[in-house]
Design a protein around this ligand. Sequence first.
Ligand code: IVH
Length: 730
Amino acid sequence: MAAKKKTDDPSSIPVGKLTAEMAQAELARLAKTIASADEAYYEHDKPKISDAEYDALRRRNLLIEKRFPKLKREDSPSDKVGAPPSAKFEKSKHAVAMLSLDNAFSDEDVFDFEKRIRRFLGLGEDAALAFTAEPKIDGLSLNLRYEAGALKVAATRGDGETGENVTGNVLTIGDIPTTLKAAPDVLEVRGEVYMNLEEFEALNKRLEKEAEEDGKAHEPFANPRNAAAGSLRQLDAAITAARPLHFFAYSWGEVSEPLAQTQWDVLQRFEKLGFRINPLAKRCESVEELLTHYRKIEAERASLGYDIDGVVYKVDRLDYQERLGYVSRAPRWAIAHKFPAEKATTVLEKIDIQVGRTGKLTPVARLKPVTVGGVVVSNATLHNADYIEEKDIREGDTVTIQRAGDVIPQVLEVDEKKRPKASKPYKFPARCPVCGSHAVNEENPTTGKADVDRRCTGGLICAAQVEARLKHFVSRQAFDIEGLGEKQIAAFHEEGIVKEPADIFTLRARQEAGEIDLYRYDLDEKGERKKSKNGKEKPPTNLKSVQNLFDAIDERRSISLTRFINALGVRHVGETNARLFASHYGDFKSFYDAAKEARAPESGAYQDMLTIDGVGALVARGVIDFFDEARNRDAVDRLLKEVTPEKAAAVKTSSAVAGKTVVFTGTLETMTREEAKAQAQGLGAKVSGSVSGKTDYLVAGPGAGSKLKKAEELGVKVITEAEWATLAKG
Ligand code: IVH
């Protein structure tokens, strides 16, 4: 009779022992249970069962379907791939990119910042140059788009180009007006969402209490910033509404008419429109005044009631801001002066060597965990062999570490008095700890000196280099695939499922063909989280996220040329240089062909590559060496079968100089060389340092010499600064 009872409850029978009849009933039950769990999760944001239980259900469903393919239901949960959105929130592309800020860590850095600006604008030491100083709020930035005075879209920063549409939640934030009077037709207000310290503590207490009451694990938030971010990204706006969020306005995106003529007046305008601006913002006439205000804010920091991590300085005049423009991802006209790093003392337990994507061996200090400025730190960088030797840092030492904002903590000094007797100086390895290849300090082609960094010579035979390259491939400024982070890459690489970038794009097909099983990353037969060999839990890859992952991967089959080039991991080619190559070559094939051809130093392709402003021999060598390696070319070719790099974003075609190659020479009178160059690039022109047959214009000021001569010889069009200004306007 006992056996009979068991057959009544097929859910407890292993898949291998199910009869067809039981399997059918089981598939029906699973379809129903999973559908109701989906509804609870996606529509009400209130999961009824744990992720592990959910995964176990879906996995069981899949296994039964595999054993009894004919019994697969029409409403099978395994077919509901597209049902849940791959991301919780809709994406929202910013009309104007949201940038980041460069940092200053000392008074000297601030003086340098001012000097750079004066030089760029050609302002003498005595010319007036005012700034604003505002606290740097430690929250998350938000773009609020108003059209005809009504709040239309609120989006998070995201990667700076595209954020998440969180409009519904933002409507619940009291500081954010939903309608504006007397505002420009299109107005994007930017600022920081944050949570007060007191409210943060209270929220964590409340979550803890709720956890006790309903038995659900609400992890407390680590800090107010995470709490603010977590609250804003709630699917249920009612939850956001119940969380205390605030907003300070400090910047703007697209505007249909100018808001004012200075940063300071924009802030005043924001206030009139009904936004809160930070009361500690101040207009300052000199660097000395900025620094005095910095000290004042620093002194008040602890009593503000919310977290700030520095002071932001901005050039006050907006016409100057416009002329100064941007470098890469940060404006030339602003800087964040960070508060000093916080320090702590702890024991350095071990020195590990990490192998980077270009083979660089980086020593990392494994520390006895210690809290530094509210964050638990257990690793710190030791930079390179010289650094360790100079400071005589040894395993077992008591060390002072420092953490400045979001920068990797570093080991500052050793307390030799506390050094264990048996301690020995650290010996930097001469071989790669991962693949055993020789590690060398290469010679720098420009200086002729040995590099401070030691590198593994193993290249693609070194598993660590391959893995680091893959991690770089999926990183934020490269392919940025949602759900495919460093942990997943490490696991996929370790298992041999992903050996090179192209493999990422065949995961879905291989899963569907039954060649791989990504689900087993999570759960063993009992539905428990699988452990890897070292006893650590495998990264969480549950069924929902596997399907979402496939979708996220497919979304990246078309990708910007800059991201694509950056993703390849060519030595010396990061985001900035990738952008230079993308705009110079326009499409991947041209870049690829040029890179192969440039192998010959006398080739036109090589010379042409060097005309790109910002690309020198070292960068060119990185590119040439990369494409010289057959294995790299093959890997790129396989990747190109899966992914299409887009043509570089069309340059401002409205400009007469877009796409033209320009060389500046001689003295310019209305602007500095630096500004001229930046302006030309902003208009989509290519600026080159030398005249060649490809030069379209030589802008020659008084005192022009050899470049002018060469241009005349080659028949390149020579124009004056005034003629250039007319072209640039038109
Ligand atoms: S201005 C183009 N002002 O800092 C520069 N940013 O590191 C636009 N932040 O993403 C930013 N307080 O989230 C600016 N008073 C302030 C700020 C501030 C905090 C944050 C913001 C931005 C980040 C840049």
